[in-house]
Write a protein that binds this ligand. Structure first.
Ligand SMILES: *[C@@H]1O[C@H](CO)[C@@H](O)[C@H](O)[C@H]1NC(C)=O
Ligand SMILES: *[C@@H]1O[C@H](CO)[C@@H](O)[C@H](O)[C@H]1NC(C)=O
Ligand SMILES: *[C@@H]1O[C@H](CO)[C@@H](O)[C@H](O)[C@H]1NC(C)=O
Ligand SMILES: *[C@@H]1O[C@H](CO)[C@@H](O)[C@H](O)[C@H]1NC(C)=O
Ligand SMILES: *[C@@H]1O[C@H](CO)[C@@H](O)[C@H](O)[C@H]1NC(C)=O
Ligand SMILES: *[C@@H]1O[C@H](CO)[C@@H](O)[C@H](O)[C@H]1NC(C)=O
Ligand SMILES: *[C@@H]1O[C@H](CO)[C@@H](O)[C@H](O)[C@H]1NC(C)=O
Ligand SMILES: *[C@@H]1O[C@H](CO)[C@@H](O)[C@H](O)[C@H]1NC(C)=O
Length: 908
């Protein structure tokens, strides 16, 4: 039977049309022939659906899927009015399958598959494939659409680690699908900054994201959404939906529209989460106290030193994050039980919470197969086990109730579920069972919500990000890899966009507010440790920044030949020497390798990196064993001659002194310290970290040792009680990012107060001037007034750049140099009878105009009035520009609101 579907033309997004072939029909609407706007729109042809059953993919043309009835209906839901097409099928097993699609007025489509009777035998055996294919799109022919590009976030941290974008025609090796993909954006071409908006489609699961895969069939050139490839069966009544959002206003705007559609369909309102709005202290990977209480012997003293410092210097820390160093670990380093090891944290978390008053943000990871909680190990709760991968997963809600009830007693405020990717990848039941992923996250999320707890997702895949939209308690999400492992982790412009549009606060991760924190564990040397699993062999670990081989040849970046992905999780950034999976006997790199070259022709070499404890010492060198024999003042060591049972002339620390030392006179009357310390990690630009974290609109965690907390820098982020001064919309990339490196990293955001938008433009490593329209910058509303002032406030102090009138373009300065960045801000003209007034704001803050500080703005004939929030004792100075520049200072005697009147230049 033939069913012909033509959407009314007014329902189609302008100049963007789809050749819609629903179910087994390929239809070419007449318009298609008449209006082939090739090179602009993205044409996806809906292809025949498939299901995997009885060991093969089966579709209508094979006679496996019999179309029985087709029905056209209409209706209305939270997204508005839609036109709906239902196709009823019978599978070869006699079960029914309903495939339907809803088309909304703006061109958005939702595709739904339903299995009223379920389906057996659906596992393809490959977790990266799909067991059903609906929707299945045939992609535009690469020869006729050579400009078609894709954006696919991939890997953990909402797709940050394996994010990729490129041309569909010849850069498909980077395309992320399967287990760690989930979101696909396709667009045609791209142009200069003012090359006009680009048409795009955004595709993602909207319901059942935990159990849905997307797969690019590279052979048949189709894009398939469907049930994850190892699902053993589909239970009766299962349904899932995929959304397609077309947009002609540009890529970032379309991603925003997609986020709105997803949020509207899901309909969840997030909890207010103060832990994302107040200053925090973090102890996770990269923090000075990550697995390291030094110079104290336990973590209680280490954290109390931070607390004492915060009290002494009025550093308004309001939350404390505790990373994985405090609880009991079992098989595969998973959680044995989530209770503290008292020897390293005397008084426990409860004691720390009581002494500091700080609510606790507590990390947790995957459960180990020998976890104390599981019935299999004599515990009280039902768990599913994956012995082979040494992981387990709780199956009952009561587990979460008890876990959180206990944790509330020790001050838990925010539960950080970390290692989400590993839990998913290595728990086979999460791949074979279609409900488990959903119930696990729902149980955790709803239990937290009931108890007023917030949740931070960490190391999430796109599927976790999408699933979080239905959970009010999941309010924050990590958007880049660990601070210390990756030198690029501040580049969060894309992932912040994904998090933000789905209602989550993006988290950049901890940072140092000072350049140096000595005595931490992050040193640039190779650590050789015994392999617990293979006695007699040694693991050679290197995580430093050497990027040339021993003979001095430049190393090839790992991603140029796919090893970043092959050895995912081994810190394969850039072209740093590494030894992934302990492949060789030390740090090495390839000096010749690429996708194009056959692997036999690749060339590698070891790198000349210092060996920890031999070539250089760590901490105070207690276990230093090398032959260094020159002291800090350049004197030569003399033989120890048996003193402390040591012989030979070399640096040693046998008496737990602050550093290795040696005698420098034959009679041992004089000694001197050695200074061959391993190179310590250095934060090259704390300002960059601080600005990016603040302007991300998410949590902000500092992680220095107490004495290195840089109060001046920290206070650029928050008010006197630690309330972060956030923008309304965080900094996110602009469209140019997706097709040209000229625009990396150019991010924009804004603060909205009483319908006025104050723009924020962040530029980093941009080495040419750029001409942009407000629309290119996603800042249309910030440039609505009769004139808008653009000023620069970092790195140099305040200066005017340009006054922009409607219709005018903006010239952005270049801002080049490794890790350099610049911040520009905009203010609209507020018209009064005395002339225009511009609000420049608190110039010593990263967000000079923030709704967290200024809560309303009113213009009344001759004056502008501002409601300003402050804390008792705080002095808030707001800069303005009119005929002249002026400042008005509000001195808060009590916490609350004061009013600025620009006419009298007073604050009362
Ligand atoms: C491509 O399609 C053919 C024919 O339908 C099918 O046999 C083949 O398995 C498909 N390729 C992939 C990679 O799925
Ligand atoms: C913190 O301050 C308290 C009270 O002054 C003091 O007893 C304690 O020793 C200090 N702890 C550290 C680690 O500095
Ligand atoms: C947690 O694990 C440790 C180490 O195995 C054990 O000593 C302790 O009793 C366990 N605590 C709980 C509450 O199960
Ligand atoms: C799948 O997991 C759910 C829990 O979410 C469980 O109730 C169900 O029995 C599991 N199904 C199979 C086939 O194991
Ligand atoms: C190695 O890293 C340094 C510092 O980041 C950089 O300046 C240099 O260009 C890099 N060299 C190579 C060969 O990549
Ligand atoms: C000091 O070390 C250097 C380099 O290892 C070595 O050549 C020299 O012989 C040593 N001197 C003494 C006195 O051991
Ligand atoms: C030196 O070694 C001997 C024997 O191993 C031991 O008895 C003695 O305590 C050691 N002396 C020092 C200072 O470590
Ligand atoms: C306003 O205050 C800022 C610092 O807060 C200062 O740099 C600037 O010079 C002041 N402007 C005027 C006109 O006083």
């Amino acid at each position: 039977m033939i069913s012909y579907v033509m959407w009314p033309t007014n329902m189609l997004a302008k100049s963007l049309w789809y050749i819609l072939a629903l179910s087994c029909l390929i239809i070419h609407p007449d318009e298609a022939e008449a209006e082939p706007e090739s090179g602009r729109g993205v044409e996806l042809v809906l292809a025949q659906p498939y299901v995997y059953e009885q060991s093969q993919y089966c579709g209508a043309e094979d006679g496996c899927l019999q179309l029985t009835v087709t029905e056209e209906t209409g209706g209305t839901d939270s997204l508005g009015e839609y036109y709906q097409l239902h196709n009823y099928y019978t599978t070869s097993l006699g079960t029914s399958l309903i495939l339907s699609s809803r088309l909304y007025g703006d061109g958005t489509q939702v595709f739904r598959q339903e299995f009223p009777d379920g389906l057996e035998g659906t596992s393809t055996g490959d977790k990266n494939l799909v067991s059903t294919c609906y929707p299945r799109f045939t992609l535009p022919d690469p020869t006729t659409s050579p400009d078609l590009r894709y954006i696919t976030p991939g890997g953990y941290m909402v797709g940050w680690t394996l994010y990729s974008q490129g041309l569909m025609s010849d850069e498909l090796e980077w395309f992320r699908d399967g287990e760690d993909g989930g979101l696909v954006v396709l667009f045609q071409g791209g142009g200069g900054g003012s090359g006009g908006p680009v048409e795009s489609v955004v595709l993602s699961p909207v319901t059942q994201p935990m159990a849905t895969n997307v797969r690019l069939d590279r052979e048949n050139y189709t894009l398939d959404f469907g049930v994850q490839g190892q699902a053993e069966s589909i239970y009766p009544g299962y349904s899932s939906e995929v959304i397609l959002n077309p947009g002609s206003q540009g890529i970032t705007k379309n991603i925003m529209a997609w986020g709105e559609s997803v949020k509207t369909l899901v309909g969840t309102v997030k909890r207010d989460d103060p832990s994302a709005r107040y200053l925090s202290y973090y102890t996770d990977n990269g923090a000075a106290h990550y697995y390291n209480p030094l110079p104290y012997t336990n973590f209680r003293d280490a954290i109390m030193s931070v607390y004492n410092q915060s009290v002494l210097n009025d550093i308004p820390i309001r939350r404390l994050q505790l990373d994985s160093w405090w609880y009991h670990k079992g098989e595969g380093s998973g959680v044995k039980n989530w209770t503290e090891i008292f020897a390293i944290l005397p008084g426990g978390i409860a004691g720390l919470h009581e002494s500091t008053g700080w609510p606790i943000v507590a990390h947790n990871r995957y459960f180990s197969s020998d976890t104390d909680y599981a019935q299999q190990n004599g515990g009280p709760y039902m768990f599913t086990m994956d012995e082979e991968q040494q992981k387990s997963l709780p199956l009952e809600r009561v587990f979460w109730e008890d876990l959180f009830d206990d944790a509330l007693l020790w001050g838990l405020d925010t539960y950080e579920q970390d290692w989400l990717d590993r839990q998913y990848m290595f728990t086979s039941a999460l791949h074979t069972n279609l409900t488990l992923g959903e119930t696990w996250l729902d149980d955790m999320g709803s239990t937290a919500d009931e108890r007023g707890l917030n949740i931070q997702y960490c190391m999430s895949f796109i599927r976790h990000l999408l699933h979080s939209t239905r959970l009010p308690a999941v309010t924050q999400i990590r958007v880049s890899d660990d601070y210390i492992l990756c030198p690029h982790q501040w580049r969060i412009g894309v992932t912040s966009l994904l998090a933000h549009v789905l209602g989550l606060r993006p988290y950049k991760d901890v940072f140092w507010s000072s350049s140096i924190n000595t005595g931490v564990i992050f040193n640039d040397c190779e650590l050789d440790v015994p392999d617990i699993e293979h006695p007699w062999s040694i693991i050679h670990q290197y995580g430093g920044k050497t990027n040339v081989s021993a003979s001095g040849k430049p190393c090839v970046p790992w991603r140029y030949f796919g090893w970043d992905e092959l050895y995912f999780g081994n810190g394969m950034y850039d072209n740093f020497c590494r030894n992934p999976a302990n492949l060789r006997d030390g740090a090495f790199c390839y000096t010749k390798a690429s996708f194009e070259l056959p692997e036999e022709e690749w060339e590698w070499e070891y790198c000349d990196v210092p060996l920890c404890n031999f070539d250089c010492y760590l901490f105070n060198g207690l276990v230093y064993l090398g032959d260094h024999n020159i002291t800090q003042s350049g004197r030569l060591c003399v033989d120890w001659a048996g003193d402390y049972n040591i012989t030979g002339a070399k640096c040693r620390n046998p008496d737990n002194d602050e550093a290795p030392w040696c005698y420098v006179t034959e009679d041992h009357s004089e000694r001197d310290y050695c200074n061959n310390k391993c190179q310590e990690a250095v934060e090259h630009n704390p300002h960059l970290q601080s600005a990016v974290a603040t302007l991300s609109g998410g949590p902000l965690g500092v992680g220095d040792k107490a004495e290195n907390l840089n109060i001046n820098l920290i206070m650029k982020s928050c008010n006197a009680e630690g309330l972060l001064l956030h923008p309304t919309k965080p900094l996110t990339v602009v469209d140019g990012y997706f097709w040209s490196t000229d625009y990396q990293e150019l991010w924009t955001g804004y603060s909205t107060i009483s319908n006025y938008d104050f723009g924020i433009i962040f530029l980093a490593e941009i080495d040419k001037e750029l001409t942009m329209t407000p629309a290119d910058l996603n800042l249309e509303n910030a440039f609505m007034s009769i004139s808008t002032r653009v000023f620069s406030n970092y790195p140099a102090g305040f200066s005017y750049l340009q006054t922009v009138v409607p219709g005018q373009e903006m010239l952005l300065p270049s801002c080049s140099g490794h890790l350099s960045f610049c911040l520009l801000y905009t203010s609209p003209a507020l018209q009064t009878s005395e002339g225009d007034v511009y609000i420049l704001g608190e110039l010593d803050k990263w967000t000079p105009v923030s709704p967290d500080r200024i809560t309303s703005i009113m213009t009344l004939s001759s004056t502008v009035t501002l409601a300003v929030e402050g804390v008792a004792g705080e002095s808030v100075s707001i800069a303005f520009s009119g005929q002249t520049d002026f400042n008005i200072t509000c001195n808060f005697l009590t916490t609350g609101t004061m009013t600025i009147d620009t006419n009298t230049r007073s604050c009362f």
